[in-house]
Design a protein around this ligand. Sequence first.
Ligand code: RB5
Length: 146
Amino acid sequence: MKIGIGNDHAAVEMKQQIVAFLEELGHEVVNYGTDTNDSCDYPIYGEKVGRAVVNGDVECGILICGTGVGISIAANKVKGVRAVVCSEPYSAKLSKQHNNTNILAFGARVVGIELAKMIVEEWLNTEFEGDRHQRRVSMISDIENR
Ligand code: RB5
């Protein structure tokens, strides 16, 4: 799978570890930055990855900041993005099955690297169930068009 990844200064090291993990699993990763520890603004990276997902440059996205909150809120402002911030694998799995999330976010200051890997793996390995969930996801898209 081709996966876009983005982060702020709080998550550079965790991003590098997640990129290595994804590549070990055989995925292609497109890195949208940041790659330095200099303080930066997470909305820049949330928007970059959000637009890459919606434009089809990548199939899905992963975002990491201190908490995963700000960067996921920013990504969710891009029309067509359904970003979820998760601190455990159960929500990651259900967010894909029921909500067809296209971006996964988490916090480098919230979860450790091993838990982060479990969250990522669960999310990537889960399929959207469609059916009644498609109706509800379509209702979310309708909100964007009103
Ligand atoms: C940066 O200090 C921090 O605010 C950011 O990484 C993130 O946690 C925001 O939601």
